[in-house]
Design a protein around this ligand. Structure first.
Ligand SMILES: Cc1ncc(COP(=O)(O)O)c(C=O)c1O
Length: 395
């Protein structure tokens, strides 16, 4: 076998999203792209804000000597300073450039944090359903996912988290606004989680870290805001990117920040800087670092995603689908009308509708619909959604 057994096994069981992506390509070739309703990928369909191009033009007209060279592995100091100032204002805490590592997207940031803190076989508690790449990231660093259920509205289940904690627990990984559910955790929930982790960290004699994955922080609806995790717990890492809120997923730019009040912060930061280097990233893309330093207050027009969410929710509700209305991100996670989510998603494919089975996110009996698509895709898919639920209910 040309690849390792482990990678072969991962390819075979890997992502439903990728399978759907491939199904989409085949169907688009057969039926024409306009007749396939592809809700499978979280690839933002909005273009980056106009200011992004202005900043890129300015940077290309005014090149700094050495701007394409190596730099400190944590990233350009000016960018980290800009990020630190931005976070200080947002979280009412005093961040400095040394609390930030610029990374290759949120995925890069997660790998850097996990590699920094995990010893072999240590566990990371993850509320399910969740972004399935987490399992691969944990495996990269010999960590073990310990998944726990959430409540029916996808909020945190503290009894389940408490039961999952034991001597081998290294971290809890949360994602709000959530992929795939669109849930935003409340400040009260974060405080309760913080108190729980303080209690158990004391008992274990070392901190259980909280890792907050927040690439969708700015994509929230109906006036909802995302509370600060830093306010609730000192031993916190924030990982994020500009992939979703500036529509730059292909540019691979993000960062990891540590709570300024984290214990042993300097050692942790030294670890993260080393990990950024030895994971092969060395540093995050240079021009993108310079660009995002001027774009920290920018966001795509979130009202466009809100309109898509509203169209999709109204349409699916009329068809008879059941779901919790998302408060953020651009995913809806309805129940499938039959228990077998894979069978239901396969039935949707017959109508050229591509969604991802909830099982792919450890949320069986559901499906994920990524609505970062044209409004017309949502509109034109609705008759198919209706036909399939009708057929399912006839059985
Ligand atoms: C919850 C979550 N975390 C992390 C990522 C990775 O983001 P990035 O593309 O910035 O690496 C994604 C991407 O879809 C995501 O949904």
């Amino acid at each position: 076998m040309p690849v390792s057994k482990k990678i072969q096994a991962s390819i075979e069981k890997s992502s439903w999203i990728r399978k759907m992506f491939e199904e989409g390509i085949a169907r688009k070739a057969k039926f024409g792209a306009e007749n396939v309703f592809d809700f499978s990928l979280g690839n933002p369909n909005l273009e980056p804000p106009p200011k992004f191009r202005e900043v890129l033009m300015r940077l290309s007209k005014d090149p700094k000597p050495g701007q394409h060279g190596y730099m400190p592995n944590a990233g350009h100091v000016q960018t980290r300073k800009a990020v630190a100032d931005y976070l200080s204002k947002l979280h009412h805490l005093s961040f400095g450039p040394d609390d930030i590592v610029m990374t290759v997207g949120a995925g890069g940031a997660l790998n850097v944090v996990l590699k920094t803190v995990l010893n072999p076989a240590e566990e990371v508690i993850i509320p399910r359903p969740y972004f399935v790449e987490y399992n691969f990231y944990l495996d990269n660093h010999q960590g073990v996912p310990k998944t726990v259920p959430t409540k029916p509205d996808f909020s945190l289940d503290f009894d389940a988290i408490e039961k999952a904690i034991h001597a081998n627990t290294r971290a809890v990984l949360i994602n709000s606004p959530n992929n795939p559910t669109g849930k935003v955790y409340t400040g009260q929930d974060l405080d309760t989680l913080g108190d729980l982790l303080k209690t158990f960290s004391r008992k274990l004699g070392q901190p259980i870290y909280l890792i907050a994955d927040e690439p969708y922080r700015k994509i929230v609806y109906d006036g909802v805001s995302v509370p600060s995790v830093f306010a609730s717990y000192p031993e916190t890492f924030l990982v994020t990117s500009f992939s979703k809120d500036l529509s730059l997923p292909g540019e691979r730019i993000g960062y990891a920040a540590v709570n300024p009040n984290m214990s042993d912060k300097k050692t942790v930061m030294n670890g993260m800087i080393l990990c950024n280097r030895v994971l092969g990233y060395v540093n995050a893309p240079s021009i993108m670092q310079r660009a995002v330093a001027d774009l920290l207050e920018e966001t795509v027009d979130v009202s466009l995603y809100q309109r898509k969410r509203d169209m999709l929710c109204a349409g699916l509700e009329d068809c008879g689908y059941e779901f919790s209305k998302p408060e953020g991100a651009f995913y809806l996670f309805p129940k499938t009308p039959i228990e077998d989510d894979v069978a239901f998603v396969t039935a949707l494919q017959e109508e050229n509708i591509l969604a991802v089975p909830g099982s792919g996110f450890f949320g069986p009996g559901h499906m994920r619909i990524a609505y970062c698509v044209d409004d017309r895709t949502i509109e034109k898919a609705m008759p198919g959604f209706l036909r399939v639920i009708r057929r399912a209910k006839e059985y």
